[in-house]
Design a protein around this ligand. Structure first.
Ligand code: FAD
Length: 465
């Protein structure tokens, strides 16, 4: 049960001062409000405030400061480590702040801090425009963008954070600031990769690009027996591919009865998934080799609405299931790295788990390392290790599989990780330093300036001095 040592009168005053709901443990809405996407997370906040605008966020931050409360900030609630909620403290929940306003002439979109990528795609595609989001549409814009943002448009148009024009946020002192190249540029630098360390973002302004409405896509499934051989061909293909192509490979059993012939449902498989950010007819031609590396088990590639493609994976990540994910930037796909990927894909305890390889480079690598705090521009590939399972009895085996895989794969990496796939929240300064490299000290200086008491600590935390 949550503990919060604040009197009723004070809470009622807070409630009266905000437009959104203030939810206490005794309220009927409490259990739904404290649940997040990952069913492994079971936190009991002292209070949850469902903000309806920047004024509520300012009040909430002030309330936390006055009462010295631990704060969790919730955007889309999809962080695997469950950092959107906390025990005992205050959850500043922006999930009702989902507004998106598109300026088709300027090709920009203004997005509130609790919107999901589905909200953004819906509004921007009405004008034939898009900004790079994630590959699952119900993921939050805020957490994903502040940590970088890898999606289907990444090699052509960069990370989500690369497309930011400006950010509005409430800092730990309750101050409302704008950060852009012109205003508070240092803070703007930190917000593009440094996560939720510097305040509560109430709005993001993104650049938009002409995309769709139809795009050429690839979603082809091969037998797991062919993984090593196909990954070699894939490696050669993507290293030469035009930036319009962004792909990822995911390998596991993938036992989806609707997708595969009955006799193949329970065999090892892998998929290559991606799209072409350009004219669809050209895209079909350029993507074709990815579909011809071996005999496919199933091939769902083709031209489809961009918004549909953005939702293809949604059903595979249901709310409330159990998840533990980690990642590692790879310095290449050597023969031995490929062999180890094949080994780990075969040994996953859960049939729903996957080992993923994300193609990077292109527009991600075109941005100078000092232009933003995002730390993963150097690597050609990112390894994602996703344990996805249902039975709580197998928690330990699934977590151990991810950890063992990561330990083994370190030999192919400089040890830096993508902080948006964080497993569980761990206090790991060394990992933060390894990952951010030379940017780390600058991030600490920013934290000292904007959050010296570490009010925003439930994140991939940069500790103030
Ligand atoms: P939340 O859990 O709400 O927030 C996570 C953290 O972000 C918070 O603890 C807080 O520190 C910060 N935060 C959230 N909102 C705000 C705000 N308004 N202001 C300040 N800080 C805030 N990542 C990719 O790059 N590409 C993908 O394709 C991708 N796919 C995913 C698919 C699924 C199913 C899931 C679960 C995750 C995926 N991710 C992906 C990882 C994703 O980027 C992170 O989980 C991210 O933290 C989710 O953001 P959120 O707002 O939904 O999370």
């Amino acid at each position: 049960m949550a503990r919060l040592t604040i009197g009723d009168e004070q809470i009622e005053r807070f409630r009266a001062g905000v437009r959104g709901d203030v939810i206490r443990p005794v309220d009927a809405a409490y259990d739904d409000a404290r649940a997040v996407w990952n069913g492994m997370i079971d936190k009991y906040p002292g209070l949850i405030v469902r903000c309806r605008g920047a004024a509520d966020v300012i009040r909430a931050v002030e309330f936390a400061r006055q009462n010295d409360l631990r704060v969790a900030v919730r955007g889309g609630g999809h962080n695997v480590a469950g950092t959107a909620v906390c025990d005992d403290g205050l959850v500043i929940d922006l999930s009702e702040m989902t507004g998106v306003r598109v300026d088709p002439d300027e090709r920009t979109a203004w997005v509130q801090g609790g919107a999901t990528w589905a909200d953004v795609d819906h509004e921007t595609q009405a004008f034939g425009l898009a900004t790079p989001g994630g590959v699952v549409s119900d993921t939050g814009v805020a957490g994903l963008t502040l940590g970088g943002g890898l999606g289907h448009l990444r090699c052509r148009y960069g990370l989500s954070c690369d497309n930011l024009v400006s950010v509005e946020l409430v800092t730990a002192t309750g101050e409302f600031l704008t950060a852009s190249e012109d205003e508070n540029p240092d803070l703007f630098w930190g917000l593009r990769g440094g996560g939720g360390n510097f305040g509560v973002v109430t709005g993001f302004e993104f650049d938009l690009h002409p995309v769709g409405p139809d795009v050429a896509t690839c979603l082809v499934f091969y037998s797991g027996d062919r993984l090593a051989e196909v990954l070699r061909a894939y490696r050669e293909f993507v290293l030469e591919a035009p930036d319009e192509i962004s792909t990822l490979v995911f390998a596991g059993e993938l036992p989806d009865e609707e997708l595969f012939p009955a006799e193949r449902v329970h065999e090892g498989k892998f998929a290559i998934m991606g799209c072409y950010a350009g004219p669809a007819s050209e895209g079909e031609r350029v993507l074709a080799p990815l579909r011809e590396f071996a005999d496919p088990i199933a091939d769902f590639s083709g031209t489809m609405p961009y918004t549909d493609f953005q939702r293809v994976l949604d059903e595979d990540y249901p709310e409330g299931m159990r998840y533990y994910w980690k990642s590692l930037y790879l310095d290449g796909l050597s023969e031995s790295a490929i062999d180890r990927i094949a080994y780990w894909a075969e040994t996953a305890p859960s049939p729903l788990s996957t080992v993923d390889v994300w193609q990077l480079g292109g527009a991600i690598a075109d941005v100078g390392v000092e232009e933003s705090s995002f730390a993963g521009r150097h690597a050609p590939f990112l390894l994602g290790v996703e344990a996805n399972w249902e039975d709580p009895e197998t928690d330990a085996a699934n977590v151990e599989w991810v950890r063992d895989c990561l330990t083994d794969m370190q030999q192919f990496s400089d040890g830096s990780v993508y902080l948006n796939f964080p497993g569980m929240l761990e206090d790991n300064d060394e990992l933060m330093e390894t990952t951010f490299g030379p940017a780390y000290e600058r991030l600490v200086a920013l934290k000292d300036e904007y959050d010296p008491t570490n009010r925003f600590s439930l994140n991939q935390n940069i500790k103030p001095t």
